[in-house]
Design a protein around this ligand. Structure first.
Ligand SMILES: Nc1ncnc2c1ncn2[C@@H]1O[C@H](COP(=O)(O)OP(=O)(O)O)[C@@H](O)[C@H]1O
Ligand SMILES: [Mg+2]
Length: 327
């Protein structure tokens, strides 16, 4: 286990904290990111067995000092901090979709309701939910826990993500124990938080059943946000029989539209104005609206289009940059 000169130089240039501190932080990091020891080994450029030995706390039995690998792991964690959800990137426009998402989000928190929000990409689902959750974090309320549904995620991985987001310490327990701990933690709160599952079209029947069980056992609200496939996920003939219980519990199933034309006009005037709304010509606004239009290739009826806020944000940034360059 000889470290390279580069590793030795890094450890000498910025000595890492003591073993206990780095070790605790690394275990927590792997747990929170669901990163396997083999992936960490790959990222820091050490062998898998060396990295495992260090993580097991046995490194000093096989080498004189662990300072090089400790410095490598510390540096990796410093360079790749866990995402902070204190501040989403960018300002939120108060659109009809945002008002609607905000209303059903409140109902999930206050009344334990189950909400399905679906629509094509760029219909403001993730951005609005992130803003709502961050606003709560700033007020130290944490009345919603956010989990991201990834493709192929197992029910155990989903449960761990919910647990971590809810501040439950996840040990190496089995699924039942983690489920019990998550439910205990939610029930002990002064106010029951809702669970927000984004990209929920990726969830398997097993994952959906975990969410339903948590809802049934502690009454927490659920907000599932995703693409068009989200509703089809429940309606597919092969899944439907397994999800009858689920379907009977849904309080709101809302398909989100794109921006309204008036919203594009109003946002553009405000964003391109100088404190006061800019006076923009009809020609400019009509062109802008057409530039925001994208085809909804997944729409079930004949191909439809909608106005994408993502496009609008990009176009406005380009217009602003052009204006500044010309000034
Ligand atoms: N209400 C909004 N105000 C300002 N920008 C928004 C708003 N909604 C979405 N955006 C911008 O559009 C991008 C895509 O929106 P997002 O919410 O991720 O769409 P999706 O419906 O696919 O989850 C965001 O990253 C953000 O830059
Ligand atoms: Mg999204």
């Amino acid at each position: 286990m000889t470290a390279s000169l580069k590793d030795a130089a890094r450890a000498a240039a910025s000595p890492p904290p003591p073993f206990r501190k780095v070790h605790d932080a690394a275990r927590d990091y792997l747990e929170r990111t669901d990163m396997a020891a083999s992936e960490l080994a790959d990222r820091i450029g050490y062998g898998i067995s060396t990295t495992r030995t260090w993580l097991q706390g046995n490194y000093k039995k096989v080498a004189a000092s662990d300072v090089c690998i400790r410095a490598a792991i510390w540096e990796f964690m410093e360079r790749h901090p866990l995402e902070s959800r204190d501040q989403p990137k960018g300002r939120l426009f108060e659109t009809e979709n945002v008002r609607h998402i905000s209303r059903v989000f409140r109902r999930a928190i206050e009344h334990g309701e189950i909400v399905l929000l679906y629509g094509p990409p760029g219909t403001q689902k993730t951005f609005a939910l992130e803003h709502l959750i961050c606003a709560q974090h700033r007020e130290k309320e944490q009345l919603a826990v956010y989990v991201y549904g990834s493709a192929g995620m197992t029910a155990l991985a989903l449960l761990k993500r919910i647990g971590r987001a809810a501040g439950v310490r996840i040990g190496r327990w089995d699924r039942e124990s983690i489920l019990r701990n998550v439910i205990d933690a939610l029930v002990r709160r002064d106010a029951m938080p809702a669970i927000v599952a984004d990209e929920a079209q990726h969830l398997s029947v097993e994952c959906l059943e975990i969410l339903r069980e948590i809802h049934d056992r502690c009454g927490c609200g659920l907000v599932l946000a995703g693409s068009h496939n989200l509703l089809q996920l429940f309606m597919r003939p092969d899944r439907r029989p397994h999800l009858e219980q689920w379907l009977s519990r849904i309080d709101h199933r809302d398909q989100l539209p794109g921006l309204q034309e008036d919203e594009v006009r109003e946002i553009a005037a405000r964003e391109l104005g100088n404190g006061q709304p800019a006076k923009l010509s009809d020609k400019f606004l009509n062109t802008l609206i057409e530039e925001c239009r994208v085809e909804d290739i997944f729409a079930s009826s004949e191909a439809r289009s909608y106005l994408s806020v993502r496009r609008l944000v990009k176009l406005l940034a380009q217009y602003k940059a052009k204006k500044e360059a010309a000034a």
